[in-house]
Design a protein. Structure first.
Length: 195
């Protein structure tokens, strides 16, 4: 059973695939710096809204705003360095869902809202009684400046390096003003040509 939401803009109804893997796929496209701004924009729209989203240019800005609000769930972007990456940490996420919730993410379909809620509800305790994902996240953000013993500090620093994130992908990335202008210029150029 697919995770589909319906969105109405003017008189058009859009079906949005909000399954968490699809949301992550759309975010990966939006964050892929090897793809041009316009192609990322179109890829993001197509992944979430299908061909109908591409065919209605007049709604695309509203579609992207809706998607951003849905994905971030209305939260403001964090200014802090990320301590988790959905792609790099997927094995930890899957293990944590299995240990905390007995949910096999490799088989389970789940909408983004439920996935986000469950990620935020994973066990997390100062007493060490928490899931593997939150242990890794705690290690990544651990302040070693307070450790007096040089051997212990070196040991923790080495452990931090082993689990450090290779990339920083932000699920709440928005298009910059320059990217929006590039997309608008492209549309102006396309609309002036005869096909």
């Amino acid at each position: 059973m697919a995770c589909i939401k319906k969105l109405k803009i003017d008189d058009e109804i859009y079906e949005v695939d909000v399954e968490f893997r699809n949301i992550l796929k759309a975010n990966n496209i939006l964050c892929d710096e090897t793809i041009g701004d316009y192609e990322r924009f179109l890829g993001f729209i197509y992944t979430l809204f299908g061909a109908k989203g591409l065919n209605h240019q007049e709604h695309q800005e509203k579609l992207v705003k809706w998607a951003n609000n849905y994905i971030t769930r209305g939260r403001e972007p964090s200014k802090e360095e990320p301590d988790m990456d959905f792609n790099e940490d997927m094995a930890y996420i899957e293990a944590s869902f299995m240990s905390d919730y007995k949910i096999d993410l490799t088989k389970e379909e789940m909408d983004w809202e439920k996935f986000d809620t469950l990620i935020n509800g994973l066990s997390n305790s100062e007493m060490g009684n928490c899931c593997v994902l939150n242990r890794i996240r705690a290690l990544r953000t651990y302040d070693t400046s307070k450790i007096k013993d040089p051997k212990e500090k070196a040991k923790i620093e080495k452990a931090k390096q082993r689990v450090a994130l290779k990339k920083h992908r932000h699920i709440n990335r928005e298009l910059t003003e320059e990217q929006i202008k590039n997309i608008e210029n492209y549309y102006r150029q396309v609309e002036g040509k005869e096909w």
